[in-house]
Write a protein that binds this ligand. Structure first.
Ligand code: ADP
Length: 241
C-alpha cells in the first residue's frame, strides 16, 4: 500500500503467462539460481535450444533465448559481459518492466523468476508489477542463511505473495569414497524454520559435486543427469510447486 501511494504501477498480468513463481533467498550463494533453473526445467517439456542475443519480433518485443526448451530472459543477455549493473531508483523499475513486458513469452504455464538475494527494491517492484502465484524460498540450514530467509518470507507475506514453501539446499554431503554423510551447514534448520513459518518444505537438495560441475557447464542436472538422486530432488520441488 505504501508503495502504491508512491505511485508504483499496479499489478498487471503478463500476456500469455498463466502463473508467475518467484525463487528467492535471503542470503546470496545458497543455491537460489541453481534451484530456479532446475525448477523451471522440472516444470517444462523439452524443445530445441536457441542461443545468442535476443532478436526483436514484429511487435518490437524481444524474442527470449531458448535453453533446453525454456524461453529465458536475463539482464545479462542485454549488457556487455564485464559491464557492472548498477540498479538505482527509476532504473530498477524500467529494467524490470523491460525484462517482464518487452519480451515475447509466447504461451507459458509458469514463468519462474530468479530474484536477487535479500529484501530490496527489486523484489518489491516485481511484486507490485505483476501478480505472483507464490514464492519459493531457498536456504541452506545455516543460521545466518535462515535468519535472512525468514526476513524474505516475512517480506512476501507483507506484500500478500503466498510463500509456497522452503527448499533446503546443501543440507547433506555424502563422501563419494566412504559414503559417510556430513551436515556441513547443519541438518534440519530449514525444516525448523518452515515449521515456525507454517509453510511446507518443498524439497531437500544434497550438496553434490555433480550439481556444481554441471551448473558451471551450463548443463543443469535435471537435463544432464535426469536419473540421478539430485535431479530427482529438484523434480520433487517442481511437483510440489
Ligand atoms: P545463489 O543464486 O543463491 O547466489 P547459486 O545457485 O548461484 O546461488 O549457487 C552458488 C554456487 O553453489 C554455484 O556454483 C552452484 O553451482 C553451487 N551449488 C548450488 N547448489 C548446490 C548443491 N546442492 N550442491 C553443490 N553445489 C551447489
Amino acid at each position: 500500500r505504501q508503495h502504491m501511494a508512491r505511485g508504483l504501477p499496479k499489478q498487471k498480468p503478463l500476456a500469455g503467462v498463466k502463473q508467475i513463481v518467484v525463487v528467492a533467498s535471503g542470503k546470496g550463494g545458497v543455491g537460489k539460481s541453481t534451484t530456479a533453473v532446475n525448477l523451471a526445467l522440472g516444470l517444462s517439456a523439452n524443445d530445441p535450444s536457441k542461443t545468442g542475443n535476443p532478436e526483436l519480433t514484429e511487435k518490437n518485443l524481444m524474442r527470449p533465448l531458448m535453453n533446453f526448451g525454456i524461453p529465458c530472459m536475463s539482464m545479462g543477455f542485454l549488457v556487455e559481459e564485464a559491464a557492472p549493473i548498477v540498479w538505482r531508483g527509476l532504473m530498477v523499475m524500467s529494467a524490470i518492466e523491460k525484462l517482464l513486458r518487452q519480451v515475447d513469452w509466447g504461451h507459458l504455464d509458469y514463468l519462474v523468476i530468479d530474484m536477487p538475494p535479500g529484501t530490496g527494491d527489486v523484489q518489491l517492484t516485481i511484486t507490485q508489477n505483476v501478480p505472483i502465484a507464490g514464492a519459493v524460498i531457498v536456504s541452506t540450514p545455516q543460521d545466518i542463511a535462515l535468519l535472512d530467509a525468514r526476513r524474505g518470507a516475512e517480506m512476501f507475506r507483507k506484500v500478500n505473495v503466498p510463500v509456497l514453501g522452503l527448499v533446503q539446499n546443501m543440507s547433506v554431503f555424502q563422501c563419494p569414497n566412504c559414503q559417510h554423510q556430513t551436515h556441513i551447514f547443519g541438518a534440519d534448520g530449514a525444516r525448523e524454520l518452515a515449521r515456525t513459518l507454517g509453510v511446507e518444505v518443498l524439497g531437500d537438495i544434497p550438496l553434490h559435486l555433480n550439481i556444481r560441475e554441471m551448473s558451471d557447464r551450463g548443463q543443469p542436472v535435471v537435463v544432464s543427469s535426469p536419473d540421478s538422486p539430485e535431479a530427482e530432488a529438484y523434480r520433487k520441488v517442481a511437483s510440489a510447486v
